[in-house]
Design a protein around this ligand. Structure first.
Ligand SMILES: [Zn+2]
Length: 326
């Protein structure tokens, strides 16, 4: 249903995306007003920080490579990007990408998935923080191997963050301490909303300055507005991802229900001062992270959200979270 609220329907949103995807179309095909619109929307990417991007090399098919997309983002005027690999390290590769693209802020992160063992691995976190370049700016709790995710998909026992009585495990607390000391992001990955609130409480006790609940608008991780406010009240941040607006029937990822742009915008209105927007994109067959971000910004502005608030969510807050000046 293309219900119109906040001024932007899903069809219009996707039309913006198609326009963005028209980068590859012959120049002669674009009417003058379309060219002007494309240029105007490119301006909107100036200063953007997308801190959740998937790229090759990876164990899943991706539409972009880490080096290739960093180059694209730099040319488009982004201020910074951060990669997320569900399996491998990427903070070390970020060091090399920077050698190829001097002056551009590329960051990596580390995820506590099965590759690092069956429990959250404190040693791996310490080593990531010691790696040349100091470019690991986020440690994510387990994602595809998270206990909650595995249980929901009946894939056996996953990696826990809480013990049987619901207390945060000591190794998770230790990783929180490391993130607090290094002043980097501690992100909840694919923990359940209830687990994420437990983690938020513990993170506040530990003194984590950059606690993030991962994609609170996505599938089985969707938080209620009340849970989002609770996270913010405890000093945490919530991440809103564009990806759910791009998958769904008729796309390369038809198995997931598409989120309407209106629903996405509603999430952005809950606690804009403690929320930020990233794409979580890079999947093969879907629009690129750049196209996703451009379309999301256009839709947010068209919905009437003040530009200052949109800038805060796509530029200032994510910049601060990866350690850049706001
Ligand atoms: Zn992701």
């Amino acid at each position: 249903m293309d219900k119109k609220k906040n001024g932007v329907s899903r069809r219009e949103f996707l039309a913006t995306t198609t326009l963005a995807a028209g980068d590859a179309a012959p120049m002669t095909a674009a009417a003058p007003h379309e060219t002007a619109r494309a240029a105007a929307s490119d301006d909107s990417l100036n200063g953007v920080c997308d801190i959740h991007i998937h790229a090759s090399p990876d164990s899943r098919p991706r539409s972009i490579t880490e080096l290739g997309f960093a180059r694209t983002a730099q040319q488009a005027g982004y201020r910074a990007i951060m990669y997320k690999s569900n399996d491998w390290s990427c903070h070390d590769r970020a060091f090399l990408i920077r050698e190829a693209l001097p002056g551009f802020d590329v960051f990596g992160s580390l995820i506590m998935n099965r590759l690092l063992g069956d429990r959250v691995n404190v040693h791996a976190a310490k080593q990531a923080l010691k790696t040349t370049g100091n470019l690991c700016r986020c440690i994510w709790m387990p994602t595809l191997d998270a206990a909650y995710h595995c249980a929901r998909e009946k894939r056996g026992k996953g990696i826990p963050v809480l013990d049987d009585s619901g207390r945060v495990l000591p190794e998770v607390t230790r990783v929180m301490e490391l993130c607090a000391e290094a002043d980097i992001i501690f992100a909840t990955g694919h923990c359940s909303p209830a687990e994420s609130l437990m983690l938020a409480r513990r993170a506040r006790e530990v003194g984590v300055g950059k606690f993030v609940v991962t994609h609170v608008n996505s599938l089985i991780w969707t938080m209620t507005p009340d849970q989002i406010r609770q996270t913010a009240d405890m000093g945490g941040f919530v991440e809103l991802c564009c990806l759910p607006c791009f998958w769904g029937p008729g796309t390369a990822m038809p198995q997931y229900p598409a989120m309407s742009m209106n629903a996405f915008i509603d999430f952005a209105r809950i606690v804009p001062e403690r929320a930020f927007i990233s794409t979580d994109m890079g999947q093969a067959g879907l629009p690129t992270p750049l196209e996703g971000m451009r379309a999301a910004i256009a839709a947010l502005l068209a919905s009437g959200l003040p530009k200052a608030q949109v800038d805060m969510m796509v530029k200032e807050t994510p910049a601060r979270l990866v350690g850049l000046k706001a």
